[in-house]
Design a protein around this ligand. Structure first.
Ligand SMILES: Cc1cc2nc3c(=O)[nH]c(=O)nc-3n(C[C@H](O)[C@H](O)[C@H](O)COP(=O)(O)O)c2cc1C
Length: 493
């Protein structure tokens, strides 16, 4: 009837007018947003453009080396490496070499010839365990739990790690079938809530530990004390991401926020820390260490003294040191922005303390915190790390566009969401190739840096091979900035 009186166009026009009038009335009456009260209807554009800003800035407005947490130059390197594309660039560097803190490597007058270069040598972690872990893996996948990331993402990482040659850390959400599916080496993380490793009372379960140790793929156990993005705060998995399957793996209730305690209740000092490590190690027979971000570091002396008192076989087999710049699935802004020391400051402190107590060879160090390019990996090796791990480097390899939506379950690339429609975009098979390519490119180019520095493999890099720009406009070697107890040497005597 209406359609006979009015044309379709005029009906549509009237509908639009009706919507605009209703919006105008709503905007002027609501009391939450001053902008909308003062500028009804057009005020919405401000919110819309603000929302789009995060996506558009990185394409149109930000310079190559401007954005945070990762600038376009870093992201592009990972994307190209992961796609197996050439990582060459032309004309000249866009990196400004003048700012204080800029790292420069020291090229040798006579670099190592290609044919004299050697493969990364294997390292033994946990020599006193029943089942020590001997590995050549240098660059590895840092903890990201199944829950914080999707099933397809875990599958791609698991298969990619196997093909690329690196281990996969499960994160604090327990070991899922998807971690195991690809057949890669696994580091099983035990967070403060002991997800997947707890009994009915929420305590660490001996039975669960023994069960996990039966998997030959699980090579090590990592007790998480803290992570760089949120020291002093436990894991946070918003209810929207706690699916029934994830809840079953973690032994928790579905569709409720999963908040881990901000500390292991049974670990309040270095003695208790060593007790728990020894407990896990003796039950599983596998290397056991802990993950931490340093803030105050005097307690490291207490830890080392206690280790020497008990005997070096009782030491943690490794320490994973995360920088304050580390990433997360979800964290309070004040912790992410302000808490803990960056890896550039904490890594030399940890290495030097271990050297001082003669524990450098006994306790292996895994460094993480925005170490996503070969140069950053080489820097960590120069300072003294044995291994490097990355979470967000691998997220970029999976296609992350740095939309900063990990905590919302709306990740547009299907990595940190369980929304089936969004997750469908992430094809585990093709992305696993990218994960493998990324690892291989990092190893290749870290090797290139090492050979240019005159050493045969990346783990031969020392503090003499890197320099850092000072406020005087000249650089000094890392060995001068962080003088070791054993001059020029990164290992204990
Ligand atoms: C999505 C996401 C989830 C994470 N989940 C965990 C976790 O379960 N346990 C943990 O110890 N760290 C977790 N992290 C921190 C990373 O393992 C890593 O320590 C940190 O991001 C630094 O590495 P990156 O700078 O290469 O990302 C997570 C990071 C991200 C981005």
């Amino acid at each position: 009837m209406l359609a006979t009186l009015f044309s379709l166009e005029s009906l549509l026009l009237m509908a639009c007018l009706l919507v605009l009038i209703s919006l105008y009335i709503y905007d002027t009456r609501q009391k939450d947003h001053a902008v909308l009260r003062n500028f009804p209807i057009i005020g919405h554009f401000r919110y819309f453009l603000e929302y789009l800003g995060v996506y558009l800035r990185q394409f149109w407005f930000a310079q190559d080396r401007e954005e945070l947490p990762f600038n376009r130059a870093e992201r592009s390197w990972v994307y190209r490496a992961a796609k197996g594309n050439d990582t060459m660039v032309g004309f000249g560097s866009t990196r400004d070499l003048r700012p204080i803190g800029t790292v420069l490597f020291v090229d040798a007058p006579f670099p190592v010839l290609g044919e004299d270069a050697c493969e990364t040598r294997p390292v033994v972690i946990g020599p006193y365990c029943k089942k020590p872990y001997e590995t050549k893996h240098l660059f590895n996948i840092s903890a990201m739990s199944y829950g914080s990331i999707s099933k397809n993402a875990v599958l791609a990482l698991s298969h990619g790690a196997k093909m690329g040659g690196c281990w996969l850390n499960t994160g604090e959400g327990g070991v899922s079938p998807y971690h195991l599916e690809g057949g890669c080496d696994i580091v099983a993380q035990i967070g403060t809530a002991k997800y997947g490793f707890c009994d009915v009372n929420g305590k660490l379960s001996d039975e669960a530990l023994r069960g996990a140790a039966l998997y030959p793929q699980i090579k090590m156990f990592e007790l998480k004390l803290s992570q760089g993005a949120k020291p002093g705060k436990g894991g946070i998995l918003p209810a929207a991401k706690v699916t029934p399957e994830i809840a079953a793996i973690r032994f928790i209730k579905p569709h409720q926020d999963a908040i881990s305690p901000n500390r292991h209740p049974e670990i309040s000092n270095v003695q208790e820390l060593l007790n728990v490590i020894e407990h896990i190690r003796s039950l599983t027979g596998k290397p056991t260490g802990f993950k931490i971000v340093l803030g105050s570091y005097e307690w490291l002396d207490d830890l080392c003294q206690e280790i020497l008192k008990r005997g070096i076989e009782k030491a943690p087999d490794f320490i994973t040191l995360d920088g304050a710049e580390g990433g997360t699935g979800a964290a309070p802004a004040s912790l992410i922005d302000y808490m803990g020391l960056p890896i550039a400051e904490s890594l030399p402190v940890l290495i030097d303390t271990l050297v001082e107590y003669g524990l450098r060879d006994r306790i292996k160090v895994i460094a993480s915190g925005k170490l996503v390019t070969p140069a950053e990996v080489a820097w960590a090796l120069c300072v003294g790390a044995d291994f490097v791990a990355s979470a967000r480097g691998f997220a970029f390899a999976l296609g992350c566009i740095q939309a900063l939506q990990c905590h919302t379950n709306h990740c547009p690339t299907g990595i940190t969401t369980h929304n089936p429609r969004l997750m469908h975009g992430l094809d585990p098979t093709s992305k696993s190739m990218r994960v493998a390519n990324y690892v291989k490119s990092i190893l290749y180019e870290t090797g290139v840096i090492s050979h240019s520095c005159g050493v045969r493999e990346p783990r031969e890099l020392t503090r003499r091979h890197a320099r850092i720009m000072t406020e005087k406009g000249i650089s000094i070697p890392l060995s001068e900035l962080y003088p070791n107890k054993v001059p020029g040497c990164k290992r204990s005597p």
